[in-house]
Design a protein around this ligand. Structure first.
Ligand code: AHR
Length: 497
């Protein structure tokens, strides 16, 4: 049995956990929108064609904000194609995913969907084929009350009140050579600045996210982030980060993805600090980690020029869910810098929710850790002091077998400790020291583990991977808890007794 020690002290705070950390993402890609959130004719469809079974799963997931409409899609998207009477909307080629976009769903419908799902909307403007003025026009359409061409057009299209979208992304992954009209850091920095000026003139209350590195694997990282920030620092509130991990056959490396994610966040934080100092700025730009997940990019199939093809439909295993939990801990542990994060994506496309056209909607394995951290990872994040054995990885050196995070929610008197055990051969006996909280009650130990790391939820067997609740002992300030090998754990304590 491995032995480990973990101290969580109520006075050692990392920072407030922003609810924006529990965001997600819907792109016009594959079946995310069509036959995902929207399917007129489906037995559960509402009067607008939105699937109520999917809405219910989104609500249970406890998502705070949803990024839309892309992704790579947005860099060739004309937002005016998606407004007005549906019969007049054009069918277009979507260059990013070689698909056909019918434009049945556009900004007005998506705003309505967000209200039904009880989520905020983060809108990404097109800075590929789009111009700074197009970006100004969509802010006018969405947020300007009335009396101008675009605000009155919104009213004519059935939305008398402004949509009041508060968070806007200045394009998507503009550093990526795959992006429609990809730019150099210098050119993007200039375009983003001019766009930001117009957008904030139209609505000074909005918050802007500038594109940072879309992966640390690009040769432009992290110079891209420095150059772009030097252009736009005074105008933006967040810089984006994107990162996906996949199991390329080396389980140790895959389990240690959280180490790499943490390193990526620290590097971008340092770049922000450098530019802040260089500019003698009082403002601190924060991080929007607005695409993250496990994604088997190398195993993608393509179905060119179809409407809503079944692309990027990864089916997640228990192992994927464990790795995913480790990444959630990293986001919590960096909540002083990362104020927003979007699980990419939400439905069908590398997603926690998976639908059958005309049929069921199920929870994938990754649904559960996200839901648990979104429900219980609230309040402030506390530093976790861990002493545990390490395991060897090829890419990230020696990694700790335990990845941990802790959240203390004073409003309801709960402490939640999240633990990923990467140990593959032995369980771990954990000595947990939470003495600083005084008397506590151990409410729940929720766990995800199992003999088959490859187990996956399917339409036939939707509950193959799901959490179970363990019996708990009486709590002491210092207690021993068994953390099984290869497991994801949520330990919940009531502080008020
Ligand atoms: O989420 C899938 C794709 O990943 C997005 O369209 C893009 O931004 C990223 O490369």
């Amino acid at each position: 049995m491995n032995k480990a020690k973990l101290i969580v002290d109520k006075d050692y705070t990392i920072g407030e956990i922003d609810p924006g950390l529990f965001g997600s993402f819907i792109e016009h890609l594959g079946r995310a929108v069509y036959t995902g959130i929207y399917e007129p004719g489906h037995p559960t469809a509402d009067e607008q064609g939105f699937r109520k079974d999917v809405l219910e799963l989104v609500k249970q997931l406890n998502v705070s904000i949803v990024r839309y409409p892309g992704g790579n899609f947005v860099s060739g998207y004309k937002w005016t194609d998606g407004i007005g009477p549906k019969e007049n909307r054009p069918r277009r080629l979507d260059y990013a995913w070689s698909s056909i976009e019918t434009n049945e769903v556009g900004i007005d419908e998506f705003v309505d969907w967000c209200k039904k799902a009880d989520v905020k909307l983060m809108y990404a403007v097109n800075l590929g084929t789009g111009t700074p003025q197009d970006a100004g026009y969509i802010v006018e359409y969405c947020n300007f009350p009335s009396g101008t061409f675009y605000s009155d057009l919104r009213r004519k299209n059935g939305h008398e009140q402004p949509h009041n979208i508060k968070v806007w992304c200045l394009g998507n992954e503009m550093d990526g050579p795959w992006q429609t009209c990809h730019l150099s850091a210098e050119d993007y920095g200039k375009k983003a600045l001019e766009t930001a000026k117009i957008m904030k003139w139209v609505d000074p209350s909005i918050k802007l996210v500038v594109c940072g590195s879309s992966t640390p694997l690009l040769s432009t990282y992290p110079e891209w982030d420095r150059v772009v920030l030097e252009h736009v620092y005074d105008y933006v509130d967040y810089i984006s980060m994107h990162r996906y991990y996949e199991n390329e056959g080396d389980v140790n490396d895959f389990l240690a993805s959280f180490v790499d994610m943490d390193d990526f966040i620290h590097t971008i934080s340092s770049v922000i600090d450098y530019v802040k100092a260089k500019k003698r700025s009082k403002k601190k730009v924060m991080i929007s980690f607005d695409e993250w997940n496990v994604w088997y990019q190398k195993k993608q199939t393509r179905f060119p020029w179809q409407i809503a093809p079944p692309i990027l439909e990864d089916i997640y295993s228990l192992l994927d869910a464990l790795v995913f939990g480790g990444m959630l801990c990293t986001l919590l542990n960096n909540c002083d810098r990362v104020k927003m994060a979007c699980l990419a994506q939400l439905v069908n496309v590398i997603a926690p929710i998976y639908t059958q056209k005309g049929g069921k909607a199920i929870k994938q394995a990754i649904y559960y850790p996200f839901q648990q951290v979104s429900l219980y990872g609230r309040g402030v994040a506390l530093k976790t002091l861990v002493n545990c054995p390490k395991f060897k990885t090829k890419s990230y050196g020696d990694a700790p077998i335990l990845q941990t995070a802790a959240a203390y929610d004073e409003s309801n008197g709960t402490l939640t400790v999240f633990i990923l055990n990467c140990g593959q051969d032995e369980d771990t006996e954990l000595t947990l020291d939470i003495r600083s909280f005084g008397e506590v009650k151990f409410m729940q130990h929720i766990i995800m583990d199992g003999p088959d790391l490859n187990a996956k939820n399917t339409f036939e067997n939707p509950d193959a991977v799901k959490p179970r609740v363990l019996d708990v002992d009486k709590a002491d300030g210092v207690m021993n808890i068994k953390i099984p090998k290869l497991s994801w754990n949520v330990l919940r304590f009531n502080i008020n007794k």
